[in-house]
Design a protein around this ligand. Structure first.
Ligand code: DGL
Length: 269
């Protein structure tokens, strides 16, 4: 089990921001990433459809031999996690709970903002997760759908990105903590931070999820290097996509920051 890979899936490219954090924290672990680029976006689709896609992808990743699954997509984490946990026996980690936990630990004013796709915000998943820990916290949520194409276009630091951030974020008042509840939003951190101001802490769910992956694997004794296996092993990176790999490799490089030479196209039955 210990030398199996960590499986990570997302609706497309965005989940590479989560994978990046996992690789940074656990460089010795092999990873298998699947980006469902043929069916992206998930953020505008129904919970039922996103759940079906998530189950199909997990079936596929399990055939590749994984020891743990990370649902890097916030929308899929928000709507499909219960169905995934019910069907599969392996540890499954979504991005919502780690992000929510960090937000609760961070806020002093007990007022937290959450931004994400329409699907994530409509599900109320972050709000429920935050209130399950601290019911007294007030949560202000807002979908920011245009942030996704802006991040993929690389328009992260220009007047269009700043105008979008201005318009979306002006309703999120009085918070001291803002959860970046979408895979793409860390790419727009600078524009978001400049609108929110320096007193507002931005929570990157990807960073928190990587810490959770480490905690769970270590608890299970499945972390490489933990039981005599050489910690000098450099993690092998495998990438699968459901559409042609060219755009994924090109845009994904910006999200991952390197190490994305090859992605293989697969059919998800
Ligand atoms: N990966 C999605 C998320 O984090 C954003 C892109 C999409 O809508 O599929 O919610």
């Amino acid at each position: 089990m210990i030398d199996k890979a960590i499986g990570v899936f997302d609706s497309g490219i965005g989940g590479l921001t989560v994978l990046k954090e996992i690789i940074k924290l656990l460089p010795h672990e092999d990873t298998i990433y699947l980006g469902d680029t043929a069916r992206v976006p998930y953020g505008t689709k129904s919970a039922e459809t996103v759940t079906r896609y998530s189950l199909e992808i997990t079936d596929f990743l399990i055939t590749k031999g994984i020891k743990l699954l990370v649902v890097a997509c916030n929308t899929a984490s928000a709507v499909a996690l219960p169905a995934l946990k019910e069907r599969y026996g392996l540890p499954i980690i979504g991005v919502i709970e780690p992000g929510a936990r960090k937000a609760v630990a961070t806020t002093r004013t007990k007022k937290v903002g959450v931004i994400g796709t329409e699907g994530t915000i409509k599900s109320g998943a972050y709000e429920k997760a935050i209130k399950a820990i601290a019911p007294e916290i007030e949560v202000i949520s807002k979908p920011c759908p245009l942030f996704v194409p802006l991040a993929e276009e690389g328009w992260t630091d220009n007047e269009v990105a700043n105008a979008a951030a201005d318009i979306y974020l002006k309703d999120i008042k009085g918070v001291d903590t803002l959860v970046l509840g979408c895979t793409h939003y860390p790419i727009l951190k600078a524009a978001i931070a400049s609108v929110m101001g320096k007193d507002v802490r931005l929570i990157d769910s990807g960073e928190e999820t990587a810490l959770e992956v480490k905690r769970v694997l270590s608890e299970k004794g499945q972390l490489r290097g933990q039981r005599g296996l050489s910690p000098t092993h450099i993690g092998k990176r495998t990438f699968y996509v459901t559409d042609t790999p060219e755009r994924f490799a090109k845009v994904g490089l910006r999200f991952l920051g390197g190490g994305l030479e090859h992605a293989q196209r697969v059919e998800i039955p």
